[in-house]
Write a protein that binds this ligand. Structure first.
Ligand code: AMP
Ligand code: ZN
Length: 474
């Protein structure tokens, strides 16, 4: 495997240690550029709503990003939007997920992509996940993907069949290092339908549109009309936006054996570099012991929580309490108890006076927990210990909790935002804010009019000591 650091540039130390899947070790994070981190996270395929399992992964990536920023690093966070069809199975066969989604909804594939992209952005904002600096769409980078495939072909690592261009994994000694794949075992194992593929682990770089059909999304290429293989987009876009080798790549644990393995293979073939220096993977959220999954069609969404009166911040709190490398079994009981604990936290902080100073010793402890592989459970426990510590003045407790919130992201400075347990439309949220302002300014008639508007829209607004809470009526 080539060096992760193509130009043999010196690496720059940071205070953070991360467990890297590639090396299977907890290593100090060293970056290619001083004070900066290039972070790539595989984003959603926008053919359906994100489920709370996907959202766990994005939340954990947000905890990572905020930890890096907390210690003073500048993070260039890229998350792709897969808006081009890829196939239902990782084995490069089956139906196209996007086209299937469009047919199900009776809409065009572009409308589907736009609708679910917007829904995804709303989910990120409800969970207070910081917006990535770049959210490239796969369909905006077709030329770069074709260039990537061409470079792989020029190195002699691709072959063409009647249905596409494939990566020849047998020609790359390092193939499968990330997942510690046993390629001999794979080949000799269960009999598989190879079609024209030479080995089971070979994967599509470009797929041809089936002869005689016009796909909703297809592009001309040097090999024929068609569309890119799923793994190509992440290599093409990460190289374009972060360079041929960058600091951290993350995603859910399912990406280890196929998607990330193939990204690494493509980047090494096309550019001679290890795509990323650190590989981080979030363990699955399970429901009744099974992986929550979109393609199986059985999953929970953030909206399902909202309709049960649970706020998105309660889910964020729940995820903070489970380390990203530990599996997490979802239960309503755990979620509701997270909501109760979060409410206790809000009320506790609302009672504390303003104007204090950050307790440096607790801040150091909090930082140490996070620097150790994004230890969010430790972070929460330092928060509670600090709040109960009689040696810390009340105002200082508040200041310290708010400093921690740069990573926790629980809206501790504005609990009314965190309490919203309904999908209130933005205009209702705005009326509630205007009403609160009217009350502060003692414009009672205005406040009453706004309250009436809110009620007519089907919501109720409850006054809290430091703000308001919106609830669906009835
Ligand atoms: P997808 O939209 O299916 O490509 O998934 C988006 C992200 O969510 C990827 O990083 C996946 O690895 C991750 N993911 C998928 N299912 C789960 C799950 N049940 N728990 C946690 N992360 C998941
Ligand atoms: Zn990816």
């Amino acid at each position: 495997m080539s060096a992760p650091n193509p130009g043999a540039l010196p690496l720059h130390p940071t205070p953070v240690k991360l467990q890297c899947t590639f090396t299977r070790t907890l290593r100090p994070l060293e970056t290619l550029r001083a004070g900066e981190v290039g972070l790539y996270a595989c984003g959603p395929t926008v053919y359906d709503y994100a489920h709370i399992g996907n959202l766990r992964t994005y939340l954990c990536e947000d905890f990572l990003r905020r930890t890096l920023e907390f210690v003073g690093l500048r993070v260039n966070h890229v998350m792709n939007i897969t808006d081009v069809g890829h196939l239902v199975t990782d084995a490069d066969d089956g139906e196209d997920k996007m086209e299937k989604g469009a047919r199900k909804a009776g809409k065009s594939i572009w409308e589907i992509a736009e609708h679910y992209t917007q829904a995804f952005l709303v989910d990120l904002s409800r969970l207070n996940i910081l917006t990535p600096a770049h959210m490239p769409k796969a369909t905006d980078y077709i030329a770069e993907q074709i260039d990537t495939v061409r470079a792989i072909e020029e190195k002699g690592l691709a072959y063409v069949t009647s249905d596409g261009v494939y990566f020849d994994t047998s020609k790359q000694d390092s193939y499968g290092t990330l997942a510690r794949l046993d390629l001999k075992g794979l080949q000799g194992g269960a009999r598989v339908e190879l079609g024209e593929k030479r080995s089971k682990s070979d994967f599509a770089l470009w797929k041809f549109s089936p002869p005689g059909t016009t796909r909703a999304m297809e592009w001309e290429s040097p090999w024929g009309k068609g569309f890119p293989g799923w793994h190509v987009e992440c290599t093409a876009m990460s190289v374009k936006l972060l360079g041929p080798s960058f600091d951290i790549h993350c995603g859910g644990e399912d990406h280890i054996p196929v998607h990330h393995t193939n990204e690494i293979a493509q980047c090494e073939a096309a550019h001679g570099t290890r795509e990323a220096n650190f590989w981080l993977h979030v363990k699955f959220l399970t429901l009744g012991g099974d992986k929550m999954s979109k393609s199986a069609g059985t999953f929970l969404r953030l909206d399902d929580m909202l309709s049960q009166g649970v706020s998105p911040m309660a889910y964020r709190y729940l995820c903070l309490g489970a380390h990203y490398r530990a599996g997490m079994e979802f239960t309503w009981e755990h979620l509701k108890s997270a909501q109760t604990t979060l409410e206790r936290l809000y009320q506790h902080i609302e009672r504390l006076p303003q104007g204090g100073h950050v307790s440096e010793s607790h801040l150091a402890e909090f930082r140490a927990g996070l620097c150790n592989d994004v230890g969010t459970p430790q972070g929460l426990s330092v928060l509670w210990t600090m709040l109960k510590d009689d040696s810390v003045a009340d105002a200082d407790k508040r200041a310290t909790a708010l400093a921690f919130d740069a990573v926790l992201g629980l809206h501790l400075d504005a609990p009314e935002k965190g309490r919203v347990a309904v999908a209130a439309p933005s205009e209702v949220q705005t009326w509630a804010e205007q009403r609160q302002q009217a009350r502060v300014e003692k414009r009672w008639a205005d406040a009453d009019t706004l309250k009436k508007q809110i009620l007519e829209a089907g919501f109720d607004v409850l006054d809290r000591s430091h703000g308001f809470e919106l609830k669906r009526k009835g």
